[in-house]
Design a protein. Structure first.
Length: 359
């Protein structure tokens, strides 16, 4: 079987990350920065289509790869309707929803549209993999205690699913035959209960769960309501306190884990308490998702940028290693995860899912 050559595009608000892969092997990786002066003339992200497309073409030209000779183009998925995990063929309905911003505006929305353009112009298949909209939560998991506020599914789907698959491949396990609790640890933290390949429950990485380097996580609800209605904090400031200025930033004035660890080593007992508290809450969250899976867990997996911190890993593992063996896969590689999702389709290991056929 000849190797599959895959172009991967991961658009961010001020960057375009590109990868050229031959099967699993990265041939070239590049991050293109877009300064504000370049982007300010575009009212919407989608207006940057021609600019970002040219970046993709220039990348391929630099690495002597003709677009028509690609096996597939794979993009980071955007804000779409709630959908099951998997690799989706980019279709007209997906592009329509993303173009209209039907489920929200985000830089990632343009990824599938760029891929669709390549599919149209060069007759190569275009896919997205495990977009942020992946939602397989059970009905019981959506209940919060107030019918006006259902629990929402917002999580680091791409990295959590990719890393769990990676561990399964390494150990010789069937991803869809086992249960895992996988925690993505970074500026945001998601803890997912994976039941035979489906994420049946997950801590919301934006507005709930443990406090993080920069997010407040779940808070005492009555005290939060009092603070919101105190008249002392504007709504925009309150939202920023919850996401961006919460967690370690609120307590210690920094989201830098390395800096916090250094303060602990220098004898800062308050920094030690706050840092230990974050690890304690992460471990509690992991334990709750082990319970969701009724204690039947093959492995607990720690991943994400903060999993590089041996101080975090040691503290969290100390709490949860009695529940299941712990595997650490630090960092994240979204380009490789996207390429692998496309490769599974090209190798016919999976069938591509259809967005337009979703209810």
């Amino acid at each position: 079987m000849s190797p599959h050559r895959i172009l991967v595009v991961n658009p961010g608000s001020t960057t375009t990350k590109l990868g050229l892969f031959e099967d699993e092997k990265p041939l070239a990786v590049q991050k293109v920065d877009h300064p504000a002066s370049e982007l300010e003339r575009f009212p919407r992200i989608l207006d940057q289509y021609a600019l970002r497309r040219q970046v993709m073409l220039d990348f391929l030209k630099t690495h002597q790869a003709a677009p028509a000779q690609l096996s597939a183009v794979v993009a980071r998925g955007g804000l779409l309707k709630p959908l099951p995990s998997g690799t989706y063929r980019v279709d007209a309905k997906m592009v329509e929803d993303l173009s209209a911003g039907r489920y929200g505006e985000h830089a990632s929305n343009i990824g599938a549209i760029l891929a669709y353009g390549f599919q149209w112009d060069f007759q190569i298949p275009a896919f997205i993999v495990d977009p942020p909209a992946v939602d397989e939560m059970t009905d019981i998991a959506r209940l919060s205690g107030l019918k006006e506020i259902p629990r929402r599914c917002l999580w680091h789907a791409l990295n959590i699913m990719a890393v769990t698959r990676q561990v399964c491949a390494r150990e010789g396990w069937d991803f869809r035959a086992e249960n895992f609790v996988t925690a993505h640890l970074g500026g945001g933290i998601s803890v997912a209960a994976l039941d035979h390949g489906r994420c049946i429950d997950v801590s919301n990485g934006l507005e709930a769960g443990p406090y993080t380097p920069e997010r407040a996580g779940t808070l005492p609800s009555i005290e939060l309501a009092k603070l919101c209605y105190s008249g002392t904090i504007p709504e925009a400031t309150m939202m920023r306190m919850l996401v961006g200025r919460g967690g370690l930033v609120n307590y210690l004035g920094t989201s830098n884990v390395i800096e916090v660890v250094k303060r602990i080593e220098q004898g800062d007992d308050y920094a030690r308490l706050v840092f230990s508290g974050m690890c304690y809450q992460i471990a509690k969250e992991i334990g709750s998702y082990v319970a969701v899976l009724k204690g039947k867990v093959k492995r607990i997996i720690l991943t994400g940028g903060a999993a590089h911190s041996k101080e975090i890993v040691t503290r969290v593992t100390g709490y949860v290693e009695g529940l299941a063996p712990v595997t650490v896969v630090p960092g994240e590689d979204e380009l490789a995860a996207l390429a692998q999702g496309g490769l599974r389709i090209l190798r016919q290991e999976e069938e591509p899912r259809s967005y337009q056929d979703l209810p």
